[in-house]
Ligand binder design. Structure first.
Ligand SMILES: Nc1ncnc2c1ncn2[C@@H]1O[C@H](COP(=O)(O)OP(=O)(O)OP(=O)(O)O)[C@@H](O)[C@H]1O
Ligand SMILES: [Mg+2]
Length: 239
């Protein structure tokens, strides 16, 4: 299996505020990998540093064997990486269609339209809402729109930051299933999730962060079955 992402001894943060300390992690082609950990431990910062939004200090970020440590976000997007932020991931005052168009405003119209069609096929709930304002969508529909918009750039590697936060259990389940099914389209998934059990149940592997470090990693099954981890990180002890 070929390596999509390899992060080595990564130190990162926001300007002079260091948040990440010596992060080592990887994602292989076709994998679904979940990062969990308590509030404020640096999960979003890790994803943002990989995507060139937070400040990279030191270490190495490789994407498909190439050192992309100091690449700009637009370069990463051109090489097949997309990112769905934790907050403010749609433009509420624009329609669903306009949001999707914003996802590919540099593309020729025919390609953009094809990508929008494909994206809506993956999230058919949006079909009837295309000309409604994003502000009028439910939380679940908004997340679907945010993910659909990220798909417009035709990514091969998708970074998602808590896509099920604040959603009803039904929507949480649905969103995670849809994300999982993106793997059938050849998209590799790295996701940060508070709903750890839900996400790990679909994952190949997981990483647990605490205080800006990776404190545990392993097969998702083993993480789910580990009673100590269950107690501290998964919100309950049993299944
Ligand atoms: N733009 C910023 N500038 C400075 N510090 C920041 C910035 N954004 C976040 N932080 C700080 O970085 C630390 C890690 O935040 P981060 O958002 O990565 O945590 P998280 O694990 O994603 O938390 P949550 O589960 O609440 O989303 C926190 O102490 C936070 O206050
Ligand atoms: Mg976060």
């Amino acid at each position: 299996m070929s390596r999509v992402l390899e992060v080595t001894s990564l130190e990162g943060g926001y300007d002079s505020v260091q948040i990440l300390y010596g992060i080592d992690m990887y994602v292989d082609d076709g994998e679904f990998v979940t990062i969990i950990g308590p509030n404020g431990c640096g999960k979003s910062t890790l994803i943002k540093t990989i995507f060139g939004i937070a400040t990279f200090y030191n270490g190495k970020i490789e994407y498909r064997g190439e050192d992309v440590s100091r690449w700009r976000t637009d370069q990463l997007v051109n090489h097949g990486i997309a990112y769905v932020p934790q907050v403010d991931n749609v433009f509420p005052s624009l329609s669903v269609m306009e949001n999707l168009q914003m996802g590919g405003n540099k593309l020729p119209t025919n390609i953009l339209n094809n990508r929008i069609d494909k994206s809506i096929n993956m999230f058919p709930d949006l079909q009837d809402r295309l000309f409604d304002l994003a502000a009028s969508l439910s939380g679940g529909e908004r997340q679907m729109l945010a993910i659909s918009r990220a798909l417009i750039s035709n990514p091969k590697f998708l970074l998602l930051d808590e896509p099920t936060a604040a959603l009803s259990p039904l929507y949480q389940q649905q969103i995670i299933e849809r994300i999982d099914s993106l793997r059938d389209e050849g998209i590799t998934i790295l996701i940060v999730e508070q709903n750890a059990r839900l996400s790990l149940a679909r994952s190949d592997r997981g990483y647990i962060m605490s205080n800006g470090k990776i404190v545990h990693s392993g097969d998702a099954e083993n993480i789910l079955d580990d009673p100590e981890i269950g107690e501290y990180f998964l919100g309950s002890t049993g299944h």
